[in-house]
Design a protein around this ligand. Structure first.
Ligand code: GAP
Length: 444
């Protein structure tokens, strides 16, 4: 993880927030390569959910919601972690994350000082809206995007004539006052989620739940993720959220071990039932194709962390490889083996030399490719070093313009994964890249 964190900073993927003031715990900034990667992961998910499903539509709800939302959802009452403090060193721990013997002996795992009793700590960030700081002005930063979907479910049925079963997808920020924020961007106080809520008829929920489990698994396969680094984990009775009938996590084998990447939850009719009760509005679905049958839909939720997916994709892509370059058998190259659809830069154009018109020719090629691909241009330093820089950024293709290019109009296309180089006519480059991306298979 240290190597990935350091590469992420060095190459401009992720920076610690407010670094010049000594870091803001639990918050991170996405640099030029990081924002491109994050956008592509979000784009792949959005395409999968909306473009490839006729009955799923998108939404972008506000982060600030009426505070009754969070009473109805159960978050005010139940969204807590058990917390203990050390009276001596003032460290704070999640009681369920320290060894049982420390908890029962009330002994700090860091300094052996005395621990406080366990108390419930609500993870929602609370603030006030408007000029007065009284209970009437309390507002929360949303701890999940899901509730914005539930409160809009009737609006979307009416405006878009949706019929059950149908889904609503949303990507957006969520905030949690996490007690423990470590492992880089794995668990943070400010993060992004990609959530889809699928509204189904009660009684069909178990079939739909299994169907979504299959679809979410197939999605990661399509992204080119190492499938032996993914597994299912079913929530036991003590793990199930207050709203869930059944829940499975897709876990990924991160450098610190198996951890949750995404959850698939059967939330029953809990959410709509509670919003109906707290708002006084009828949240039932009227099935006009079935004698106006009325029922409160069940909800199957797929909930993935976007920022956690960024970490997963970075870990999954990271590779160090011994290459016998220039006779140095111990030469190690660091390479990010992103799927070309996710890579922040798809193709880098490199003139072998700056002089003799090679730079101009390379810049022209870049301009042509720019319409269809995320490109980079680099003319600084030895060509081998430039390839290595692109390998570290995860750029799947490099195009090199050399003296032969001037003579016969061909360029070198170099592949990141195999380091193989072939010659391609300049005019066929865009098409060749399209074919390579479509047929991409990860080799390592
Ligand atoms: N709406 C359901 C829900 O929010 P969750 O299991 O609490 O369920 C869903 O969160 C996903 O959001 C997780 O699988 C994880 O990927 C991501 N996530 C949750 N808390 C996070 C945090 N503090 N930092 C980064 N990602 C987080």
């Amino acid at each position: 993880m240290e190597k990935i964190t350091s590469l992420a900073k060095r190459r401009g993927f992720v920076f610690q927030s407010s670094e010049i003031y000594g870091d803001q715990n639990g918050a991170w900034d996405y640099g030029p390569l990081g924002i491109e990667l994050k956008n592509r992961i979000a784009g792949a998910w959005w395409k999968e959910m909306t473009q490839l499903h006729d009955n799923i539509v998108g939404l972008d709800a506000a982060i600030l919601m009426h505070p009754r939302t969070w009473e109805a959802s159960g978050h005010v009452e139940n969204f807590t972690d058990p917390l203990v403090d050390c009276k001596k060193c003032k460290s704070r721990f999640r009681a369920d994350m320290i060894p049982e013997e420390n908890l029962s002996a009330k002994k700090c795992p860091d300094c052996a000082g005395e621990l406080t009793d366990t108390r419930k700590f609500n993870l929602m960030f609370k603030s006030n809206i408007g000029p007065a700081e009284d209970t009437a002005s309390i507002i929360y930063l949303r701890p999940e995007t899901a509730q914005g979907i539930y409160v809009n479910y009737k609006n979307i049925i009416q405006s878009n004539r949706m019929k059950i079963p149908f889904g609503i997808a949303q990507i957006g920020k969520a905030f949690r006052n996490e007690i423990v924020t470590k492992n880089f961007i794995f668990r943070t106080c400010e993060f992004e989620q990609m959530e889809m809520q699928y509204f189904v008829k009660p009684g069909t929920d178990e079939i739909e739940f299994n169907e979504w489990k299959k679809q979410r698994w197939a999605y990661y396969e399509k992204l080119g993720v190492k499938m032996d680094h993914l597994r299912w984990h079913q929530h036991g009775p003590d793990e199930l959220a207050h709203y869930a009938k059944d829940a499975y996590d897709i876990q990924y084998l991160f450098p610190m071990g198996w951890r949750e990447l995404e959850g698939v939850h059967n939330r029953t009719d809990y959410d709509l039932g509670r919003h109906s009760e707290y708002s006084g509005k009828d949240m039932q679905y009227i099935d006009q194709d079935n004698n106006n049958e009325r029922y409160t839909p069940y909800i199957i939720e797929t909930s993935a962390g976007l920022t956690r997916n960024v970490l997963m994709i970075l870990c999954d892509a990271y590779d160090e490889e011994k290459v016998a370059d220039k006779g140095d058998a111990d030469d190690i190259r660091t390479v990010l083996r992103f799927h070309p659809n996710l890579a922040p830069i798809t193709v880098a154009v490199l003139p072998l030399m700056k002089k003799d018109g090679l730079a101009e020719m390379a810049q022209d090629i870049r301009k042509e490719l720019q319409e269809d691909y995320a490109t980079d241009y680099d003319q600084a330093g030895a060509i081998g070093r430039r390839y290595r820089r692109q390998d570290e950024a995860g750029t799947p293709f490099c195009v090199t313009v050399d003296y032969q290019s001037k003579e016969d109009g061909t360029v070198t296309l170099r592949f990141r994964d195999s380091m193989e180089q072939i010659r391609v006519p300049k005019a066929e480059l865009a098409m060749k890249l399209r074919q390579e991306i479509k047929g991409y298979k990860r080799i390592k």
